[in-house]
Design a protein around this ligand. Structure first.
Ligand SMILES: Nc1ncnc2c1ncn2[C@@H]1O[C@H](COP(=O)(O)OP(=O)(O)OP(=O)(O)O)[C@@H](O)[C@H]1O
Ligand SMILES: [Mg+2]
Length: 570
């Protein structure tokens, strides 16, 4: 709510180089009188120039400065904790808060924007709609286009916050879109890197796999051979067992057989020696008739007996030899069998040992091949490219997550934008307040003795129904009636503004419009204004009659003396 405190100005229009000051603090009704062209309406221009850099009369800057002094136009307007100073020649625009200058960070336009959006909470259009009812450049609400009516109502209902949000949202959405596009580019580039990396790894793994497969094939052959060798060894063990059984089954040991053969041979040799001696004795006897030693005669009889006796012994001995030979053959056979069995066992043992050595070497080779296969498989996994691929995959997962997040944000923005559009939340609020505004307008119309039903719809088009006429528009009314409608709308808007604490200002300036009302309606207006508290009403009039009305606490007279306007309390 703007609580005006004072306005002072110099070198504006017909005002000269001396500051003319109006105290606006008091909640009073001020009457400004004076002849035509004496500077009454200048007070409105001073305020709108201070706040918005433009005058109510809608002139360009050069036309505002006093044509005699041609410089030093300065307007100072104080309200709440602020003071705005604006000037031309030299140019001046300063906003003070609690006596301290608010620094200009951007350009003048930003400074002005800050004043309107963050301090005044209204723009020129809204200000003139709720503060000033004038005759000069005043554009009654009913003469505004629907779009401008919407602007005023949006200010009134403080809906510009949604427009601000919409703008903010748009810029955020743009940033989000740009980020989405960036992420998308990154994702695409990561995808292509992953594809290349996959191809590389596939090629590497094909090479490694070929090596692995060839080793597996060689290993399988070796493993099969190992199994076969193992089976052979098992067989050999069985065979050895069988041979040992046979060896154990011999009735005599090898040593015993050898002993027996030696004994038999010895026996046989002894017999042959004996036979030989006996034969030699026979030959001697046959060839000698006396003893060579003692020279005694050997008798025939004696010879015959010796030969007979020896031949008998030879025969007996000859009979013994075949028996010995038979035994010898048996023993030799047994010896041969035992020897063969021993030889077989030792051959198997040596075969087993050789095969065991072979088996161990094969097992070692198979193990080595298995190790090589594992190493190759692990090599594929631990290749630098595989590690890089994993990193890329992790990165793309992160980027995809980011993308999803931004996508969700974008969807939210779209939904929010729908809400912030004119037909969104704003229309909900407008639809809520329009009936209230209508109610207030109709209530003021009644106070002005206008018994019509006024209805503004949500598209800001009006329907006015009169008792006897159905189709009535604003233009159908007389000038005086139009003024009353304008008054009613302005007053109703001020009520709503007060309720919403939006475009509220304690100032209400009525320029000349009172003059157009008949006595009854001046009474009505007077009644209405007297009900207002916390309102500083400035009524500008050139009617001398109005001066005597009780409504006014103070009357100021604007007077043009020697080309310069001054204001005096009368
Ligand atoms: N640049 C200027 N230099 C000096 N005087 C100017 C300049 N521009 C306008 N004027 C005069 O300043 C005065 C402005 O007065 P203002 O509009 O406040 O009159 P008013 O008292 O409201 O009159 P009315 O009752 O006819 O509306 C006029 O006399 C006008 O001719
Ligand atoms: Mg005027």
């Amino acid at each position: 709510m703007i609580n005006a405190k004072s306005v002072k100005f110099k070198n504006l229009f017909s005002v000269g180089n001396t500051f003319q000051e109006f105290d606006l603090k008091e909640n009073s009704n001020l009457l400004v009188v004076g002849k035509s062209g004496h500077g009454k309406s200048t007070i409105i221009d001073a305020i709108t120039f201070a706040l918005f850099g433009r005058t109510y009369k809608d002139l360009n800057k050069g036309q505002l400065i006093n044509s005699i002094n041609k410089k030093n136009l300065v307007v100072e307007f104080e309200f709440n904790e602020y003071k705005v100073i604006r000037g031309i020649s030299p140019n001046l625009f300063e906003i003070y808060k609690d006596g301290e200058l608010i620094p200009q960070t951007g350009d003048v336009r930003d400074y002005q924007k800050n004043l309107e959006k963050n301090i005044l909470n209204m723009n020129y259009k809204s200000f003139t709609q709720v503060v000033v009812l004038g005759s000069a450049a005043f554009m009654p609400f009913m003469k505004l286009q629907a779009a401008h009516r919407r602007e005023v109502i949006e200010d009134l209902l403080d809906l510009h916050v949604f427009s601000k949000m919409s703008l903010l949202l748009k810029s955020k959405n743009d940033i989000n879109k740009a980020e989405l596009a960036d992420i998308n580019i990154k994702v695409q580039s990561l995808k292509s890197s992953i594809k290349t990396m996959n191809e590389m790894i596939e090629e590497q793994s094909i090479n490694s796999n070929e090596e692995i497969q060839s080793i597996i094939a060689a290993r399988d052959i070796k493993r099969d051979k190992t199994t076969a060798l193992n089976n052979e060894l098992k067989k050999l063990v069985e065979e050895e067992k069988e041979l040992l059984k046979i060896k154990d089954s011999f009735p005599v040991s090898e040593g015993e057989v050898v002993d027996k053969i030696l004994a038999l041979n010895k026996k046989k040799t002894a017999i042959i020696t004996k036979i030989d001696i006996l034969k030699k004795t026979i030959t001697f006897i046959d060839s000698n008739d006396d003893c060579p030693t003692c020279k005694q005669d050997i008798t025939f009889e004696y010879k015959a007996s010796i030969v007979e006796e020896n031949n008998k012994s030879i025969s007996e001995l000859d009979l013994k030899i075949p028996k010995i030979d038979t035994n010898l053959t048996k023993c030799n056979n047994i010896f041969d069998e035992i020897k063969k069995s021993k030889d077989d066992i030792s051959a198997i043992k040596s075969n087993t040992s050789v095969k065991k050595t072979m088996l161990n070497s094969m097992i070692t080779t198979v193990e080595e091949m298995n190790e090589r296969i594992d190493k190759l498989k692990n090599k594929v996994k631990s290749e630098v490219s595989t590690i890089k691929l994993d990193a890329l995959k992790r990165e793309i997962t992160l980027e995809n997550k980011k993308y999803d997040k931004h996508k969700r944000i974008a969807e939210n923005y779209v939904n929010c934008q729908k809400i912030l559009k004119d037909n969104g939340i704003k229309s909900v609020i407008i639809n809520k307040y329009i009936p209230l505004l209508n109610q207030h307008i109709n209530s003021y119309l009644e106070k002005f003795d206008m018994f019509v039903s006024f209805e503004l719809d949500s598209s800001f088009n009006e329907t006015i129904k009169s008792r006897h006429r159905d189709k009535f528009s604003y233009n159908s009314f007389s000038e005086g009636q139009k003024k009353r409608i304008d008054f009613s709308i302005l007053l109703a808007m001020r009520d709503i503004a007060k309720m919403k604490n939006s475009v509220a200002c304690n100032l209400l300036i009525i320029d000349e419009l009172m003059d157009g009302l008949d006595v009854d309606n001046v009474d009505n207006l007077e009644n209405i204004l007297s009900e207002f508290d916390q309102t500083n009403t400035i009524i500008i009039s050139h009617s001398e009659d109005i001066k005597n009305r009780q409504l006014f606490d103070k009357t100021i007279k604007a007077e043009l003396v020697k080309n310069f306007t001054t204001y005096e309390e009368v």
